[in-house]
Ligand binder design. Sequence first.
Ligand SMILES: Nc1ncnc2c1ncn2[C@@H]1O[C@H](COP(=O)(O)OP(=O)(O)OP(=O)(O)O)[C@@H](O)[C@H]1O
Ligand SMILES: [Mg+2]
Length: 160
Amino acid sequence: MIACVTSSVDETRALGGAVAEVADVGDVLVLVGDLGAGKTAFVQGFAAALGVTAPVTSPTFTLANRYEGTMVVNHLDVYRFDCPEEVYDLALPELLDDGVTLVEWGETISAALGADYLSVTIRFGSGDNDRRFALHGHGERWQHRADRLRTALKPWISPC
Ligand SMILES: Nc1ncnc2c1ncn2[C@@H]1O[C@H](COP(=O)(O)OP(=O)(O)OP(=O)(O)O)[C@@H](O)[C@H]1O
Ligand SMILES: [Mg+2]
């Protein structure tokens, strides 16, 4: 587990960008945290670091937003699904293979996402703009990258 702290929305975007540096096509990131925690802010920084210039907002009229950068970024927000089973309306295997996929509230559909994923849990800190991050790599795919991820996140790492 890697524990990080940010103190502004821009710092959270920068942290998202740092995670993007180690990301690859086929990766899945599950974003966990209450309303307003900063899940979308993380995705914004992540996508920007991959050269996405389109504004990143949570999908509203579609189940998934697709952004073109140096790799494709798929953005899902399960909170906006009418029910978690809606995930089966997505061509999920094709979508996951197509690029890197970030899923807000993804814990409710984690069974459909496979064994390899990075969970990013965001909690509110003591100050209004403080956020505490816990990043957990699940499966071989992320275990192999644990050291690279830790190095990329160095500026924000805090003792647990
Ligand atoms: N350190 C911080 N990191 C991220 N966001 C912060 C931080 N400090 C303040 N904020 C504010 O918190 C809000 C985070 O909103 P965001 O839409 O990213 O949350 P979310 O987790 O995606 O919420 P939702 O569940 O509604 O989709 C923004 O208004 C942002 O400006
Ligand atoms: Mg959001």
